[in-house]
Design a protein around this ligand. Structure first.
Ligand code: PLP
Length: 218
């Protein structure tokens, strides 16, 4: 697959859903990919990327940002509080706000730095033990808590269980967002992004379909 093919499928999915072109943003997930592949996608004009790890992103993106302007990098993997400062300096958006301690740390750092990335609350829609995110039951309360800290929460993010129909999880995420007055939905990956767009995704995280298989999984 190539960037162009994914962009075409994206546009078709938006159109099929009766949505305007560009209403869903394609985040090219570059984690673990060789720099040449990332460079090739930058050369084709794409500027929005996703990374799982602060350390990996810190080693990769400063150089690309010198070569290309207007790059935006989103953190889509779990964030430890002791890496929050570095993450806030490096990323334009953090999709994985999932606990009070992290929310409070981000709020304190936002005061100190005078800026804050766009934030998404991660919801563990499948209530899987091994996955991060607040449970669907806790979501309203946690969003409220983030708001009371003045955090710029734009929306919600989920990673559906691998063995379940993702549409059910996308619909649940959309429902929780709607009842909390949130407009952004970070959902959909290589295997299911068309279904995510049909259900209202505004930020879609596609890795292997653009870059090819990863050498190893995180
Ligand atoms: C790796 C990853 C993706 C991209 O997965 P693909 O199946 O390669 O598209 C999306 N979201 C998150 C949170 C990821 O960790």
């Amino acid at each position: 697959m190539s960037l162009k093919e994914i962009q075409d499928r994206f546009a078709k999915a938006e159109n099929d859903a009766g949505r305007s072109a560009g209403s869903a943003q394609l985040i090219a997930v570059s984690k673990v990919q060789p720099n040449e592949r990332v460079h090739a996608v930058l050369k084709q004009g794409h500027r929005v990327f996703g990374e799982n790890r602060v350390q990996e992103a810190a080693g990769k993106w400063p150089a690309f940002k010198e070569e290309f302007s207007d790059i935006s990098v989103h953190l889509i993997g779990p964030l430890q509080t002791n890496k929050a400062r570095q993450a806030m300096e490096l990323f334009d958006a953090i999709h994985t706000v999932d606990r009070a301690k992290l929310a409070k740390t981000i709020a304190r750092l936002a005061q100190e730095l005078g800026r804050c990335p766009e934030l998404f609350v991660q919801v563990n829609t499948g209530e899987e033990e091994q996955k991060a995110g607040v449970s669907p039951q806790e979501a309203d309360g946690f969003i409220e808590e983030c708001r009371s800290l003045d955090l710029p929460v734009q929306g919600l993010m989920c990673i559906p269980p691998a063995d379940e129909e993702p549409s059910l999880h996308f619909a649940l995420l959309a429902k929780i967002a709607a009842r909390n007055g949130l407009s952004a939905l970070s959902m959909g990956m290589s295997g299911d992004f068309e279904r995510a767009i049909a259900l209202g995704a505004t930020h879609v995280r596609v890795g292997s379909a653009i870059f090819g298989d990863r050498a190893y999984e995180l």
